[in-house]
Design a protein around this ligand. Structure first.
Ligand SMILES: *[C@@H]1O[C@H](CO)[C@@H](O)[C@H](O)[C@H]1NC(C)=O
Ligand SMILES: *[C@@H]1O[C@H](CO)[C@@H](O)[C@H](O)[C@H]1NC(C)=O
Ligand SMILES: *[C@@H]1O[C@H](CO)[C@@H](O)[C@H](O)[C@H]1NC(C)=O
Ligand SMILES: *[C@@H]1O[C@H](CO)[C@@H](O)[C@H](O)[C@H]1NC(C)=O
Ligand SMILES: CC(=O)N[C@H]1CO[C@H](CO)[C@@H](O)[C@@H]1O
Length: 404
C-alpha cells in the first residue's frame, strides 16, 4: 500500500469515526457536568425530615380501605391543634406537594400556623402509599388494577373515617389540589350522606366533569398510544418516583431546558420562582400512578359529560362489574356539602372554561365560594412565591365552616 492510499484510507476512517466520537465526547462532558451538579438538601428530604427542618411536628398512620389497600396518612398537628383539615394531593403526586414550596410558606404549614390540625392522605399508587393486604405493588400486577374512581370512593372515605375517629371531631374540612380536588367532588357526589362528615370541601385547580386540558403534558399522559406502548412493554405504573438523582441533577444543571419543559404546568416567570427550585419540585413530587388511571382520564376526556361515569370496561364487562351495560354516573347536583371552587386564570391543565362548567354543575346554595381569577397556573396554586393572596381566602373559608 503506498502512502497516498494509506492517507485516504485513514481519512475515511476518521471521517466515519467523528460521527461516533464527537457525540460520545459531548455526552461525556454533559454527564460529567450533571454528575458534578450540587442539589439542595431539600430536594432529597423525606416528608418527615422536611417537617423537622422547618420545626413542624409530624405523625404517621396507616389506614386500610374497604378494598384492602393500605395507605399512609400523615399529620402535622401544629402547636395548638384545632379542627382537622384533610389535604388530598393530585395525579401521580404525594403529600409532599403541600409542604415542598421553596419560595413561600407552603399550604400545609400556613394552615398549621392557623391552628388547624393538618392531615395529609397519600392515595393508592403514590410511592408513599404502596401497601396492600394481599398484593405486592412491585411484583403483583393486580395491585395496579385501579383508577381514579377507586381513589374517590375508597381512599378518601377511609381517610375521613380515620381522621374523625382519631380526633373525635364530628366534621372535618377537606382541601384538594387537581385530581385530589376532583376526588373530593366525586366522593361527595357518590356518597351525599357524607355531608355529615365534612363541614366544607375546598377544591383547588380542578374541573369536575368537563375536562379539556390544554396542557401538553396532561395530553401526553392521556394519549392512547402511550397507554398502548405501556401495555406492550408491560408497564403498570407511570411517572414513578425513583431515588436516582440523575434527572434531578439534569434539571439543576440545565435550568433553561427545565424551565421550558415545566412551562405548561408551572411557569417560573409567572410565579417568580427560581430555576434551582425546579429540581426539588421534580424529585419530591413524582408519586407514580397506574396506567389504568390514565386510561380512565382518557375516557373522561372523550366522553365529556356533566354527569361523569365510573371506569368504562365496555358493555359486557360493565354488566359483570356494575350490573348494567353503562357504568354508574355521578351527579354533582346531589352534593349537600358546602363547596369552594378555586382556580388560577393561567391554568392550562384546568382552563377557566372547565371551571365554569363545574360552577354550573353544583347546587347554587352549596357553592359557597367561587373564584377562578387567581393570578396562578396549575403548579403555581402550590408553588407560587406569592401564596398569601389566595391562602387568606382558603383559611377564612375553613375557619368559617369549621367553627360552626
Ligand atoms: C427551628 O428551630 C431551631 C431551634 O429553635 C432554630 O435554630 C431554627 O432556625 C429553626 N428552623 C427554621 C427553618 O425555622
Ligand atoms: C415486594 O417485592 C419486592 C421484590 O420481590 C421485595 O423486595 C419487597 O420486599 C416486597 N414487599 C413486601 C412488602 O413484601
Ligand atoms: C371509625 O370508627 C367506626 C365506628 O367505631 C368504625 O366503624 C370505623 O371502622 C372506624 N374507621 C377507621 C378508619 O378506623
Ligand atoms: C401577591 O399577589 C397579590 C395579588 O396579585 C398582590 O396584590 C400582592 O402585591 C402580591 N404580593 C407580593 C409580595 O408580591
Ligand atoms: C359511557 C361512554 O360513553 N363510554 C364511551 C367513552 O369513550 C370511549 C372512547 O374513549 C368509548 O369507547 C366509550 O364507549
Amino acid at each position: 500500500m503506498d502512502q497516498q492510499k494509506l492517507r485516504v484510507y485513514l481519512f475515511r476512517i476518521f471521517s466515519f469515526l467523528k460521527w461516533i466520537l464527537i457525540p460520545f465526547g459531548i455526552c461525556l462532558v454533559i454527564s460529567h457536568k450533571i454528575e458534578q451538579t450540587d442539589i439542595p438538601p431539600q430536594a432529597t428530604f423525606t416528608f418527615e425530615e422536611h417537617c423537622k427542618f422547618y420545626n413542624y411536628s409530624f405523625e404517621k398512620y396507616t389506614v386500610t380501605t374497604d378494598d384492602d389497600y393500605i395507605l399512609s396518612l400523615y399529620r402535622i398537628p401544629g402547636k395548638n391543634p384545632g379542627p382537622p383539615v384533610l389535604l388530598i394531593h393530585g395525579l401521580s403526586n404525594s403529600a409532599n406537594c403541600f409542604i415542598v414550596n421553596q419560595c413561600a410558606h407552603p399550604p400545609a404549614f400556613i394552615l398549621a400556623d392557623q391552628n388547624f390540625d393538618i392531615w395529609l392522605g397519600n392515595c393508592r399508587g403514590s410511592h408513599l402509599s404502596r401497601g396492600h393486604k394481599y398484593w405486592n405493588a412491585t411484583i403483583d400486577e393486580q395491585y395496579w388494577d385501579w383508577s381514579f374512581p377507586d381513589i374517590a370512593l375508597y381512599d378518601l372515605p377511609a381517610f375521613v373515617s380515620f381522621v374523625k375517629n382519631h380526633t373525635g371531631h364530628e366534621k372535618i374540612g377537606m382541601v384538594g389540589h387537581s385530581q385530589g380536588a376532583a376526588a373530593i367532588l366525586w366522593m361527595l357526589g357518590y356518597y351525599p350522606h357524607m355531608k355529615d362528615d365534612l363541614a366544607v370541601g375546598v377544591l383547588i385547580g380542578t374541573s369536575g366533569s368537563i375536562f379539556t386540558s390544554e396542557s401538553p403534558y396532561i395530553q401526553f399522559l392521556s394519549s392512547s398510544w402511550l397507554h398502548f406502548l405501556c401495555e406492550v412493554i408491560g408497564i403498570n405504573v407511570i411517572s414513578d418516583w425513583s431515588d436516582d438523582l440523575f434527572l434531578t441533577k439534569f434539571i439543576q444543571a440545565f435550568p433553561e431546558i427545565a424551565i421550558l419543559i415545566a412551562h405548561d404546568l408551572y411557569d417560573i416567570k409567572l410565579n417568580s420562582g427560581l430555576p434551582e427550585h425546579l429540581g426539588t419540585y421534580y424529585h419530591r413530587m413524582r408519586g407514580g400512578t397506574s396506567i389504568k388511571n390514565l386510561k380512565f382520564w382518557r375516557q373522561a376526556v372523550n366522553n365529556q359529560s356533566k354527569n361523569p361515569k365510573l371506569y368504562d370496561y365496555g358493555p359486557e364487562e360493565n354488566i359483570k362489574k356494575y350490573g348494567s351495560s353503562n357504568p354508574p354516573s355521578i351527579n354533582f347536583m346531589d352534593i349537600e356539602t358546602p363547596l369552594a371552587v378555586i382556580n388560577g386564570k393561567y391554568d392550562l391543565a384546568v382552563p377557566q372554561k372547565d371551571s365554569l362548567v363545574l360552577k354550573e354543575s353544583i347546587k347554587k346554595e352549596k357553592l359557597v365560594f367561587y373564584h377562578d381569577e387567581y393570578p396562578h397556573d396549575h403548579g403555581g396554586l402550590m408553588f407560587s412565591c406569592n401564596m398569601t393572596y389566595f391562602y387568606q381566602d382558603v383559611t377564612q373559608l375553613l375557619k368559617k365552616y369549621l367553627s360552626q
